[in-house]
Design a protein around this ligand. Structure first.
Ligand code: NAP
Length: 252
């Protein structure tokens, strides 16, 4: 029986898709949201085809009105939201000299403010239920590394760590936990982009300096997110967990 509802942003591809699939397998009602309509719909259909419960909803996290409406609709139809996974993000390569206010703001609007928008919308319902779990995607570029020509991304992902800490303290007494995940190098469209990131060859080369000897798969992150959402993590809040195959602890 479906007992819990999770809303995941940017869930049409990559880590979001794997996370939606993992929550579906775990018995959650999965609200798959993304700006990518076809991809999002096929994720929801695949979960349903496997015996799970899911539906797709278009959601652009840069719209406060759309975030508010999505939360209200889910609460109205299903009685509440148990978990939010703030996964949507962009990582555009922009040298400092070309980093206009607009480019900086666009990244922050999606990668950081978008997370706050959904939490702000969902917090009253979670408080009333005295229960809820929120997971936000940071990055190794937010918790440890600097990333040249991506300073806006690094800054936003560092901001996610602060967002997680602040929200965790503010919401803890209401029974709501807030945690982050900082992925290392994960095989998704974002990391495979030649234009904005490592590209296929760069990603494979990265495996040689990752202690576990391979880049991560989206499922490696998804399973940790499901754990953080679960009662098995009931005393865990305010933490951003690095999931990187030992990369950060293994590079001297
Ligand atoms: P991805 O493959 O690029 O997927 C991100 C999804 O978010 C895409 O469907 C994207 O659509 C969507 N999105 C973009 N702007 C949006 C908006 N305004 N509203 C709603 N959705 C939007 O990324 P990923 O690699 O799976 O990464 C997922 C998260 O983990 C991101 O926050 C990322 O920064 C973080 N992360 C990834 C890695 C990695 O190695 N892959 C490492 C560290 C952290 P479009 O494709 O149209 O932009």
């Amino acid at each position: 029986m479906t007992s819990r509802t999770v809303l995941i942003t940017g869930a049409g591809i990559g880590i979001g898709r794997a996370t939606a699939t993992a929550f579906g397998r775990a018995g959650y009602r999965v609200m798959v949201t993304d700006i990518l309509e076809d991809e999002g719909r096929s994720v929801a259909e695949a979960i349903c085809a496997s015996g799970g419960t899911a539906e797709f909803r278009h959601l652009d996290v840069t719209s406060s009105a759309a975030c508010d409406a999505a939360v209200r609709d889910i609460e109205h139809r299903f009685g509440g939201i148990d978990c939010i996974v703030n996964n949507a993000g962009i990582a555009h390569k922009v040298p400092l000299g070309e980093l206009s206010d607009e480019k900086w703001d666009r990244t922050f609007d999606i990668d950081l403010k978008g997370m706050m928008r959904l939490v702000r919308a969902a917090a009253p319902g979670m408080k009333a239920a005295r229960s809820g779990s929120i997971v936000c995607l940071s990055s190794i570029m937010g918790v440890a590394y600097g990333w040249d020509e991506h300073v806006h991304y690094s800054a936003a992902k560092s901001g996610v760590v602060g967002l997680v800490r602040g929200l965790a303290v503010e919401l803890a007494s209401s029974g709501i936990r807030v945690n982050g995940v900082a992925p290392g190098y994960i095989r998704t469209a974002q990391a495979l982009s030649e234009e904005h990131s490592l590209g296929p060859a760069g990603l494979e080369a990265a495996a040689s300096f990752i202690p576990m000897g391979r880049v991560g798969e989206p499922e490696d992150i998804a399973d940790v997110i499901v754990f953080l959402a679960s009662d098995a993590a009931r005393y865990l809040t305010g933490q951003t967990i690095t999931v990187d195959g030992g990369l950060l602890v293994g590079r001297y």
